[in-house]
Write a protein that binds this ligand. Structure first.
Ligand code: NDP
Ligand code: A1CAB
Length: 291
């Protein structure tokens, strides 16, 4: 058995607990269950409101909804991996409740933007191994992009399992922890920038008289094709753009408008601002954890 096969086999025997059951939890659950990495009933899900959302996830994916307090505590204690998947503003209270519940035998995998490993340690206990990640919602369809960092005490098997999980739902990049905020700016928030561009393209297509369905499909195929071209050819995006741009032609005219509008600078500033915001969120969480 190769290392990858034995990691996948040990993952199949594990129990995973999602602490937070929103969009990002669902993206990972869908990716993991659709790829058959683990039997759905071995995944427990809990949230704060304890309402219909858990039933919805159970219905969609066959995961175990955790309503009862005793049952939730048992899953949090016994799961091999606990995913921290709540918003930054809710993380302090939620993580404080894990102190004395999770132990060094488990792995805590955070997807929370900005939340430093040291702050997680301060809240739950420094002996608990932590994997800090920044995935994105494209994990839903196996095309996610996830940045990963580890606390010092994550054993080699823990690293292998984490990379198997995120590798099964897309690509992973292991980075030094301070760079996770940059990953957040590029690929964590990134799908939203692309959707924003697509919204504007579809809108423009409609204004030029294309029917909504044609506007949507032409836009989707264009973005898909451009991304796939870059991946398949390994080409530099500036060179691929040059091949589309005939001198004196339509693309040149369009790019001139984008340049006049400050498009490249706006994108650079947006990515940098998202990264900066991740740092701010981290600092807020750290301040409230150290009170
Ligand atoms: N959405 C995205 O594209 C990405 C998000 N992230 C990160 O993922 C995290 C979750 O984001 P997202 O899924 O969008 O958020 P959602 O608002 O969709 O989900 C948050 C979940 O956390 C639950 N929750 C809040 N407080 C508690 C608590 N005390 N105990 C248990 N559950 C709790 C909420 O429950 P309830 O609804 O009952 O309040 C809800 O199920 C964030 O930290 C974000 O930074 C990372 C990468 C991409
Ligand atoms: O907007 C947010 O804060 C989260 C983190 C990355 C994507 N969504």
């Amino acid at each position: 058995m190769t290392t990858n096969e034995s990691t996948a086999a040990s993952l199949r025997d594990m129990r995973l607990c999602f602490y937070g059951a929103g969009s990002m939890a669902e993206a990972l659950i869908q990716g993991l269950t659709k790829r058959g990495l683990i039997a759905p009933e071995r995944i427990g899900v809990m949230n704060r409101s304890n309402g219909g959302r858990l039933a919805e996830l159970a219905e969609r994916y066959g995961v175990s909804p955790l309503h009862d307090t005793g049952e939730r505590l048992a899953w949090l204690r016994e799961a091999d991996i606990v995913f921290l998947a709540m918003k930054p503003k809710d993380a302090g209270a939620a993580l404080a409740a894990l102190r004395g519940v999770v132990t060094e035998r488990q792995l805590l995998v955070s997807v929370i933007a900005g939340l430093p490993i040291a702050t997680i340690g301060r809240l739950v206990g420094e002996n608990v191994p932590v994997v800090r990640t920044m995935p994105n919602t494209s994990s839903t369809i196996g095309l996610g992009a996830t940045g990963v960092s580890y606390s010092q005490n994550v054993p080699a098997e823990g690293r292998a399992v984490a990379e198997t999980i995120f590798g099964a739902v897309g690509m992973t990049a292991v980075v030094d922890e301070p760079l996770l905020d940059a990953v957040t700016g590029v690929s964590g928030s990134g799908p939203a920038y692309v959707y924003y561009l697509m919204e504007a393209m579809i809108d423009a297509a409609g204004q030029l008289g294309l029917a909504p369905e044609a506007a949507r499909e032409l836009t989707v195929q264009t973005v898909l094709g451009a991304a796939q071209m870059m991946r398949t050819t390994g080409g530099d995006p500036a060179e691929l753009r040059r091949k589309v741009t005939s001198p004196g032609g339509t693309t040149e005219a369009a790019i001139a408008v984008l340049d006049e509008s400050g498009f490249p600078d706006a994108v650079r500033r947006a990515v940098a601002r998202a990264a900066e915001r991740a740092g701010e969120l981290g600092a807020i969480m750290e301040r409230s954890a150290s009170k």
